[in-house]
Design a protein around this ligand. Structure first.
Ligand code: MG
Length: 222
């Protein structure tokens, strides 16, 4: 089995951190002041969010694409500077569920996240997760669409482990309708938790395999 974990709203939360750090990195790299008070980040890739924010402010999509490398370095630096001011912590049950899953034989763990790569270890460590627990990953600077990320993770899982995972052996665990959609786009199984961005009603309507209020509830079914 391969489990592909989402980060924000699933493994951890850091209320307000994303908006502040994104505003600062955008100002530094693109020279514009973005007000993200009403921007909805849930389930989106950082690349997708940047296009939504910056194109209306007159930044060309090509410039966004070309700047992703320097943007993520800047964002990780801003995040490192301020993260102690935010209460970044595991969501209830998340650390316990992950710890129990990691003790099982024949289960590989990866990350599928909308976050750009450079910020992922900063966030994980702040919440007490070791980034080395997730040797497989696909990130939010690698595509505008989250649906493109699970295939990247599956390729990397095969390269790392030397075996191919059948879609029925792969679980995406997330907190948004986008997590459900990205799993289904690759024929994967999907479980979602109500600790994050999307409402229980919206998650239910998107028909995940499992919908739980606490990730520990997955330990009896996965
Ligand atoms: Mg999420």
């Amino acid at each position: 089995m391969l489990i592909l974990w989402d980060i924000d709203g699933t493994l951890l939360r850091g209320k307000g951190l994303g908006k502040v750090v994104t505003e600062r990195a955008i100002a530094e790299i693109f020279g514009v002041q973005a007000d993200l008070t009403h921007h909805y980040f849930g389930g989106k890739t950082d690349w997708g969010s940047l296009l939504e924010i910056l194109v209306p402010l007159g930044v060309e999509p090509e410039r966004v694409a070309e700047s992703l490398g320097i943007y993520m370095v800047a964002k990780a630096r801003h995040m490192t500077e301020v993260i102690d001011q935010y209460n970044v912590r595991p969501l209830p049950g998340a650390m316990e569920a992950l710890t129990a899953m990691r003790q099982r034989p024949n289960v590989a763990h990866g990350i599928v996240t909308g976050n750009v790569q450079a910020t992922v270890p900063v966030k994980l460590r702040a919440a007490g997760y070791d980034p080395d627990w997730f040797p497989i990953a696909a990130y939010g600077h690698e595509s505008v669409s989250r649906n493109d990320l699970p295939p990247l993770a599956l390729q990397r899982a095969a390269a790392l482990t030397g075996r191919t995972f059948a879609p029925s052996e792969v679980w995406v665990i997330g907190d948004t309708v986008s997590d459900i959609e990205c799993a289904r786009a690759s024929g994967l199984r999907v479980a979602v938790v109500t600790t994050g961005f999307d409402s229980r009603e919206n998650l239910q309507a998107a028909q995940p395999d499992y919908l739980v209020d606490d990730l520990r509830d997955l330990l009896t079914v996965l």
